[in-house]
Design a protein around this ligand. Structure first.
Ligand SMILES: Nc1nc2c(c(=O)[nH]1)N[C@H]1C(S)=C(S)[C@@H](COP(=O)(O)OP(=O)(O)OC[C@H]3O[C@@H](n4cnc5c(=O)[nH]c(N)nc54)[C@H](O)[C@@H]3O)O[C@H]1N2
Ligand SMILES: Nc1nc2c(c(=O)[nH]1)N[C@H]1C(S)=C(S)[C@@H](COP(=O)(O)OP(=O)(O)OC[C@H]3O[C@@H](n4cnc5c(=O)[nH]c(N)nc54)[C@H](O)[C@@H]3O)O[C@H]1N2
Ligand code: SF4
Ligand SMILES: [Mo]
Length: 689
């Protein structure tokens, strides 16, 4: 089977070879040449066949009958949807039905999910898990540069950068196949600066590690900007010709004190100075951020400050210079371009812009006034569910019971729904509480396009037939749409036929895919967007001459020293930050079903500094209860001097009693509505007497 790893945003290509045996088959996996990973695969890719081929895959629809999930036919499943949706919409209006998507869906399914919500349900309530993932960086880059493509440069330019800042990104564990690009940069003499409250596989590569207090990145960058501006590292000619807003920024920075910034960020002033000087002096440089910076209640502004630094030093739009928000999910990039977001229409169009609405209404053949308006963000949908404004929800490609902040509240809401439908490959924690579970195909069966972290659109061919009665996501959507009387708008028989419509729908938009065809993708092994015509080669480096705003200029902005929404107190004296480990993926629904991956990391844990552990009388490898204002979890302690003394860390890959989101804070960033997953206040207590 020639395929592509279903996990992270690198989208490494691979071949899975079946060796039939007497009792059962065995499998070997070979990496395949591809430009992004240069033919490398990580441990997750090597074992990604295990969950897809596991016996716990769902193969038929199930409905809750007498409190239990029982096998039903597709006809029965569709009938249940039709009855419930029609009754609820008649009684409570069109917006009583919500849709919740995901960044693992192919571009075709993600596009269709957006169309399904707006045309088949005519509900404004649709959003997706990318809200928790990409929304801070995406909104910041859109506002500063005018266009949001994860990386402004190809990965192959990383070795040309002389100074690289890795802020809140753990590439060594989260996009491991990219690490050799950074190794090569180091061999070429680059300096790497990491910003992270913990030591990780990534910070190990760094020449300088700023061990920032959780949530204090914006202030830290203010300190770096102060040194850059006041010590002559600002690139005045770039600032004059390519940006606006510099005078305000300069004024704001001049009012800040480096010593104060050092105190509030927990990073010594000398280190802030050293980092700024290294970046300022370097002839070329790149800045990368990921969720450590972005999943904050000031995620949008924190990213804006990193963009300020790139712009003030003129390190963008040329070789070895640029910015990257390291995208998370396999199709985290494409998933945020074609209309799964509450305020968005395909091609990165805005649902509030009359011209955008008219264009898409034309492509879809509906009246523009029939297109709903803007809905709310993912977590806010959970609040609408509690408030009974949303009474039924279709979840496709997410496990919100584990991945939403304040998970107890979220689960309570989902249980209250009159009708919860989950399309998944497995009985995830969310599927387990659904009224109807629809079996969907895996990456081995479902062909389609995915856009990797560089903005390179890739075609993943289907490798085998769908399992049992499972269907592709887009087929499920077409099936439901036709029950709801909208079959004329969903006439697709292949993923490619949906892509043909997506091309037209994205045409002229920011994320323009018009010039991309399946034929080209087969021949060229991926094409970058924007790609406005079939003879266009796709843009490899952005912003060489101008930014994407009408005046061609990038926007600088003054950023306040934000403090996390929740501060430590006598009752909750430690900061908790959350994230990932190498062998598991997100809520672990897939990787926990892979024997090899699960064996590497079979339970959750809490990293704690030995000094802190001593203070709270917590032994190494002991079960501990972590508690916040919202709930509690039980995990095993892990002593390590690699973490700040005021902070503990728990990964996000487990459910039930180990679900770290039972304690995380639901406070949202005011601009992008990203939850502050990366900081909350907790207490820890040993369960060992
Ligand atoms: N193995 C693995 N790989 C994955 C995933 C996975 O689940 N497992 N998920 C994929 C997805 S969807 C995503 S979004 C990406 C996520 O990729 P990353 O964002 O790189 O991963 P995280 O572990 O969430 O966070 C990165 C780092 O941020 C640090 N951090 C915490 N708080 C702060 C802070 O306040 N400031 C700073 N500067 N750093 C902080 C954490 O210590 C952590 O090392 O990975 C993708 N790849
Ligand atoms: N505390 C804390 N919480 C976090 C984060 C954090 O760093 N800390 N990170 C956040 C981030 S960045 C993200 S991306 C979210 C992700 O969290 P979720 O949105 O819950 O993502 P997954 O765990 O990948 O869940 C995907 C579900 O969809 C199924 N699935 C996979 N592929 C497909 C498909 O093609 N079709 C369908 N129908 N189903 C499919 C899987 O089996 C799984 O059950 O979690 C967020 N939550
Ligand atoms: S998890 Fe990411 S880096 Fe690892 S093989 Fe899959 S796509 Fe490549
Ligand atoms: Mo993510």
């Amino acid at each position: 089977m020639d395929t592509q790893c279903p996990f992270c945003s690198v989208q490494c290509k691979m071949q899975i070879i079946e060796h039939p045996g007497q009792l059962r088959s065995t499998y070997t996996v070979q990496p395949k040449p591809n430009a992004a990973s240069e033919g490398r695969l990580c441990i997750k890719g090597m074992n990604a066949y295990q969950h897809a081929l596991s016996s716990s895959r769902l193969t038929y629809p199930m409905a809750r009958i007498g409190g239990k999930l029982e096998r039903v036919s597709w006809e029965e499943a569709y009938r249940l949807i039709k009855t419930n949706v029609t009754a609820l919409q008649q009684q409570y209006g069109r917006d009583s039905i919500g849709v919740y998507g995901g960044g693992s869906l192919t571009n075709e399914s993600a596009y269709l999910l957006g169309k399904f919500a707006r045309v088949a349900l005519r509900s404004k309530y649709i959003d997706y898990n990318g809200r928790f993932c990409m929304s801070a960086a995406a909104s910041a880059v859109n506002k500063a540069f005018g266009i949001d493509r994860g990386l402004t440069n190809q990965l192959s330019e990383i070795p040309l950068a002389k100074c690289i800042i890795l802020a809140g990104t753990n590439i060594a564990e989260c996009q491991p196949t990219l690490m050799p690009y950074f190794d090569r940069a180091k061999e070429n003499g680059a300096v790497i600066i990491a910003i992270d409250p913990r030591n990780t596989g990534t910070t190990e590569k760094a020449d300088l590690h700023l061990k920032v207090k959780p949530g204090m990145d914006a202030a830290l960058v203010n300190g770096m900007l102060k040194v850059l501006i006041e010590e002559g590292y600002a690139n005045e000619s770039f600032i004059d010709s390519r940006t606006k807003g510099y005078q305000d920024l300069k004024q704001h920075i001049s009012e800040l004190s480096l010593d104060h910034l050092a105190e509030i960020t927990g990073v010594p002033a000398a280190q802030i100075r050293q980092a700024a000087e290294l970046f300022g002096k370097a002839a070329t440089g790149m800045v990368f951020t990921a969720r450590g910076v972005e999943q904050q209640t000031d995620g949008y502004m924190a990213v804006r400050n990193f963009l300020n630094m790139v712009l003030v030093t003129g390190k963008i739009g040329r070789e070895g210079c640029g910015y990257g928000a390291i995208t998370g999910q396999g199709n985290g990039q494409g998933g945020r371009e074609h209309g799964q977001k509450a305020d968005q229409l395909p091609g990165y169009r805005s649902i509030e812009n009359p011209a955008d609405r008219a264009y898409i209404a034309g492509v879809w053949g509906v009246h523009v006034d029939d297109l709903p308006g803007k809905g709310v963000s993912a977590y806010e949908m959970m609040e609408k569910i509690h408030a009974e404004e949303i009474r039924a929800l279709l979840v496709m490609g997410s496990n919100p019971v584990v991945s939403n902040p304040n998970a107890n509240f979220v689960e309570e809401g989902l249980r209250k729904l009159q009708f919860l439908v989950v399309a998944d490959m497995f009985l995830s924690e969310t599927a387990l509480i659904a009224d109807l579970v629809l079996p969907t195909s895996s990456y081995l069966e479902n062909g389609g396009t995915l856009t990797n972290l560089e903005g390179r659109v890739l075609l993943r061919e289907e490798s085998r037939a769908a399992l049992g009665e499972s269907k592709h996501d887009w087929e499920i959507l077409c099936g439901i749409a036709s029950q709801l009387g909208a079959e004329a708008y969903f006439p697709y028989s292949t993923a490619e036929s949906i892509f043909e419509e997506l091309r037209v729908a994205s045409r002229g938009g920011i994320a323009d895919y018009y010039g991309i065809t399946y034929d080209r993708l087969r021949k060229e092994e991926g094409v970058y967007w924007p790609c406005p015509s079939v003879d266009h080669s796709g843009e490899k480096r952005l912003f060489e001459q101008r930014f994407a705003h009408p005046d061609g200029r990038a926007e600088l902005i003054s950023v306040d020293n934000h403090f996390p929404a929740e501060q430590v107190s006598a009752e909750f004296p430690l900061y908790l930050t959350t994230g990932r480990v190498l062998s598991h993926y997100l809520t672990g629904v897939q990787t926990r079903r892979s024997a090899t991956l699960a064996a590497r990391s079979f339970e959750s844990f809490m990293e704690i500094h030995p000094k802190t552990a001593k203070k709270y009388r917590i032994e190494d490898a002991a079960l501990v209860r972590l508690e916040s204002k919202r709930g509690s979890i039980v995990v095993r302690s892990r002593h390590t001097t690699q973490i700040r003394e005021d902070t503990v860390f728990v990964p996000m890959h487990w459910g039930d009693i180990q679900n770290v989101n039972k304690i995380t804070n639901q406070a949202l960033d005011p601009t992008c509505r990203m939850p502050g997953f990366k900081v909350c206040a907790v207490q820890v207590q040993s369960l060992v007497k």
